[in-house]
Ligand binder design. Structure first.
Ligand code: ZN
Length: 136
């Protein structure tokens, strides 16, 4: 696979509005988009720090993955997303062939018109890795 850059860093928060205040009032960043992703049961808020994007994630459901994550580990860094450029499905196939456990065998719809897929942290030294690619 060919990774071009870190697309964003995903951070799990309990309360999106409160977290946005910190990023805006303390760090001086500007929230440029808020988007709900039903498929993942999250509401997301996006910031740009230079060229690097920060994605805050708040759960919209009591059984959502972010609720579970916070219960287990508390608020904090949830995932790192790498942008791939030569086809996300191909990258997933290659990753699986190398014995890496996938969470998503096929790309699904993420925020900001991205196709996304997660690799299982059991196979990646404990980091939840998201691979993503802009929709065609
Ligand atoms: Zn993400």
């Amino acid at each position: 696979m060919q990774i071009t850059h870190i697309e964003h860093i995903g951070i799990a928060v309990k309360n999106l509005d409160e977290a946005i205040k910190f990023y805006e009032n303390v760090l001086g960043l500007k929230c440029y988009a808020i988007e709900e992703v039903e498929d993942q049961k999250v509401k997301t808020a996006f910031f740009l720090a230079g060229q690097t994007k920060i994605e805050l994630l708040e759960s919209t459901e009591p059984d959502g993955p972010i609720t579970k994550f916070i219960k287990k580990k508390g608020e904090g860094i949830h995932h790192i997303a790498f942008a791939v450029k030569d086809g996300l499905q191909k990258a997933l196939n290659q990753t699986e062939e190398k014995g890496i456990q996938l969470i998503d065998n096929q790309p699904r719809q993420g925020a900001e018109k991205m196709n996304i897929a997660f690799l299982h942290p059991k196979s990646t030294n404990g980091v939840l890795i998201e691979l993503c690619e802009k929709e065609e």
